[in-house]
Write a protein that binds this ligand. Structure first.
Ligand code: DC
Length: 225
């Protein structure tokens, strides 16, 4: 197995992991693993195949043959399921909920483990998810748990949706965030918890620049990079 440096960034949806990990990867010239996108694509593929999202055996089979690729383009990363570009389709609220549902099953998570570990390559990897520091890369030298209050995450999400020209109701978004947190934090395997050796950063009252500066300083401290 590769021993390349891994920077594991875990935390709930909306805490700012996406922006932070993209920036760290760019800055360090590292690869990026968006593990949530893998669960989102699995949920999408399962729906498309007409599977029930609680049918663990069928979900495992789907996970094993999932023809998923991340393609880097000038306009960012494109997520492909076979020949279909699913980049936008997997970003809906529904796709997030479906991802969280399929992610509850131990055998589904196991089926996706090697696929995630294969992203670890020189010169290094920034890994974004819920269990990067606890399960997928337990030996990562840098582990960050990026948290934020649910109310703040809901406000950010409403702003994002409005900026994308979509209608957004704060109360609905907040309740969806709380439901998803509850499912992710309380599942039996790989629940959303900080690794024992993770540094917890709370982004509720910090801007992206401050979060980035703290994370970057931590990387320097742990790896001298
Ligand atoms: O980070 P995200 O919102 O794209 O993730 C979508 C869902 O996928 C999340 O609610 C739980 C699941 N997930 C997971 O169980 N483990 C990961 N490492 C990443 C995501």
């Amino acid at each position: 197995m590769s021993k390349a440096v891994v920077i594991a960034v875990d935390g709930p949806g909306g805490a700012g992991k996406g922006e932070l990990t993209q920036r760290l990867a760019r800055d360090l010239g590292f690869a990026l693993l968006d593990s949530g996108a893998i669960y989102r694509v699995l949920g999408y593929a399962a729906r498309k195949a007409g599977l029930a999202l609680f049918d663990e055996d069928s979900l495992v089979q789907e996970a094993q043959v999932l023809n998923l690729r991340f393609e880097t383009t000038e306009r960012g990363v494109r997520v492909m399921l076979g020949d279909e570009d699913v980049t936008s389709a997997i970003r809906t609220e529904e796709a997030g909920v479906n991802a969280s549902k399929v992610a509850q099953f131990p055998a589904v998570r196991q089926a996706l483990l090697q696929r995630q570990r294969a992203f670890r390559k020189e010169p290094g990897l920034v890994a974004d998810g819920r269990d990067m520091g606890t399960v997928v890369f337990p030996d990562a030298p840098v582990k960050i748990f990026l948290d934020a209050r649910a109310e703040v995450r809901a406000q950010r999400r409403v702003k994002q949706l409005e900026a994308a020209g979509k209608k957004a109701d704060y109360a609905t978004v907040l309740s969806e965030i709380k439901d998803r947190d509850e499912r992710d934090r309380n599942r039996k395997v790989a629940p959303l918890v900080p690794a024992k050796d993770a540094v917890v950063l709370d982004s509720s009252d910090l801007g992206i620049e401050e979060v980035y500066a703290k994370a970057r300083a931590l990387v320097r401290e742990k790896t001298s990079l």
